[in-house]
Design a protein around this ligand. Structure first.
Ligand code: ATP
Ligand code: MG
Length: 396
C-alpha cells in the first residue's frame, strides 16, 4: 500500500482573503525544507500531500515538525476510492494495530460516493468486528480511531495524527530585527516571533575585549538554532566597545545600563530601517531586572517610535526556560560567557530612571557619530540553513 504524509493547515484557513498566499508560502517553505529528499508535494485548499521514499520517513517528519503553519500532520495509506479496495485495506491496516476498543470515522468530500459517512463507518465497524475477535466499539474514548477520508479518486486511511507547530508560515508577515544576546530570553522571543510568520534578522552588540569571542560564538550558535525554524538568518554584529566605554566614563554608574540600552535601541532602529524590518523584537520580560521595570522600559523606549514586540514580556522565567528547552536553545544560553550587559553591570542600577536625567547625561558625549560609526562597521554573518539531520534530532 502506498503511504503519503498529509498536512493540515488549521488556523490558515480562517484567513479568507489571504488563504492562497499563506498556502503557497507554506508550500514553498516545505519544498525548501525537504529539498534534499526525493519527495513529490501536492496541495489543495485544505491539505498538502507529500509522497516520499519509505526510508526517509522519520527524517522528513522531524523536518515537518519544525515548520510553522502546520496544524496537524499524519501518515496515511492512500487507496483507490472503491469500496472493495477500502475494505481490504482496512483489514490489512487493522491487523498491524494493537487495540481493544475502536471507532471508525469517515469523511466524504466526494458526495457521489455510494454510502453516507455514517453508514460507511457502521459498515466498516461491522467488518472489523466480524474479522477480529475480542474487539469492541467505543465511540467516546476509543483506543484506536480509524479515520477514513474519501475523496474523488483516492481514499486516505490513518490512525494517528500529530500536532504540528501551528502559527503562520515563515515569511508571510514581514520582517523583525531581533536583539539577540547570549541569554535565555531573546532566542525564545525570536522563536515566538517566527511563529507569527515574521522573518528575523538579528543584531548583537559586542564589546571586545570586554566580551569574548566565545560570547560571539554563542550568539552564532543560537542564530543557527533559530534558523531551524526559518531559512537563512542575517546576524549583524555591532562593535559597541567605544560607546560602552564612553558611557562608563561620562555617566553616573546607576544610569549606565539605562543609557546603554537607549543606545542599543537607537542603533537597532537605524539598522532595522536600513534592512527593511518593520519592528524590533527583544527578550525583555517585565520585572526581571532593573532595566525592565515599567519606568525603565518607557524611558528606554522613548528613543524610538518603531513598534517593539516583546513576546516574553509577560512570561515567568520558568515558562521561558520551558520553551528554551523545547526549542533546544537552553543549553547554549546557559554557557557562562558574559555579554556586554553583564560585564558592566553597576552595583545599584536605577529602577525608576528619569527621562530628563538621561537627556542631560547624553549631552556629555557625541553619541550620534559613534552610533553611525558602529553601524558603518557592522559585521554581518549569514547563518545559512546548512543543517544536518542531527540538528533536527536534537529538537525532539
Ligand atoms: P536575555 O536572557 O535574552 O539575555 P536578559 O534577561 O539578560 O535577557 P537584558 O540583559 O536586560 O535581559 O536584556 C534584555 C534584552 O535586550 C535581551 O533579551 C535582548 O533582546 C536585548 N539585549 C541585551 N543585551 C544584548 C546584546 N548584547 N546584543 C543584542 N541584544 C541584547
Ligand atoms: Mg542578557
Amino acid at each position: 500500500m502506498d503511504r503519503v504524509i498529509l498536512i493540515k493547515y488549521g488556523e490558515l484557513t480562517t484567513k479568507k482573503g489571504n488563504r492562497k498566499f499563506f498556502i503557497n508560502t507554506l508550500y514553498k517553505n516545505i519544498s525548501e525544507k525537504l529539498k534534499n529528499y526525493n519527495v513529490k508535494i501536492y496541495k489543495d485548499i485544505s491539505r498538502m500531500y507529500i509522497e516520499f521514499k519509505d526510508s526517509d520517513l522519520d527524517k522528513i517528519l522531524k523536518r515537518i515538525n519544525s515548520i510553522f503553519g502546520i496544524h496537524e500532520y499524519l501518515v496515511a495509506y492512500k487507496i483507490d476510492s472503491n469500496v472493495e479496495s477500502i475494505k481490504n485495506s482496512v483489514l490489512d491496516i487493522i491487523s498491524k494495530e494493537n487495540f481493544y476498543t475502536f471507532k471508525v470515522e469517515t469523511k466524504r468530500s466526494d458526495k457521489n460516493f455510494e454510502f453516507s459517512s455514517i453508514d460507511f463507518s457502521r459498515m466498516i465497524g461491522g467488518l472489523i468486528l466480524k474479522n477480529f475477535k475480542n474487539k469492541k466499539v467505543d465511540v467516546h474514548n476509543p483506543e484506536l480511531l480509524l479515520n477514513i477520508e474519501i475523496r474523488e479518486y483516492y481514499t486516505y486511511i490513518y490512525t494517528n495524527a500529530y500536532k504540528g507547530l501551528g502559527g503562520y508560515p515563515n515569511s508571510t508577515l514581514g520582517k523583525a530585527m531581533l536583539m539577540l544576546s547570549g541569554g535565555i530570553d531573546s532566542p525564545v522571543a525570536g522563536y515566538l516571533t517566527l511563529k507569527r510568520g515574521i522573518k528575523l534578522e538579528c543584531i548583537y552588540f559586542e564589546a571586545i575585549p570586554h566580551t569574548s569571542i566565545e560570547a560571539r560564538n554563542k550568539v552564532i550558535e543560537l542564530s543557527k538554532k533559530l534558523s531551524v525554524y526559518t531559512d537563512k538568518i542575517f546576524l549583524h554584529i555591532i562593535p559597541f566597545t567605544e560607546i560602552q566605554e564612553s558611557i562608563y566614563k561620562n555617566i553616573d554608574s546607576e544610569y549606565c545600563i539605562t543609557i546603554m540600552r537607549r543606545m542599543m535601541y537607537r542603533i537597532t532602529e537605524k539598522l532595522a530601517k536600513r534592512r527593511n524590518c518593520l519592528v524590533i523584537c527583544n527578550g525583555e520580560s517585565i520585572g526581571q531586572v532593573a532595566s525592565q521595570t515599567l519606568t525603565s522600559m518607557s524611558v528606554i523606549n522613548n528613543v524610538t517610535n518603531m513598534p517593539i514586540i516583546r513576546p516574553v514580556s509577560c512570561l515567568d522565567k520558568l515558562e521561558i526556560i520551558e520553551i528554551a528547552k523545547k526549542i533546544n536553545t537552553y543549553e547554549t544560553s546557559i554557557l557562562p560567557f558574559e555579554d556586554c550587559c553583564t560585564v558592566f553591570v553597576p552595583k545599584h542600577p536605577v529602577i525608576n530612571p528619569k527621562l530628563e536625567k538621561c537627556i542631560e547625561f547624553e549631552k556629555k558625549f557625541d553619541y550620534e557619530d559613534m552610533i553611525d560609526k558602529a553601524i558603518d562597521n557592522v559585521n554581518t554573518i549569514v547563518i545559512t540553513e546548512n543543517l544536518t539531520d542531527t540538528d533536527y534530532e536534537e529538537l525532539l
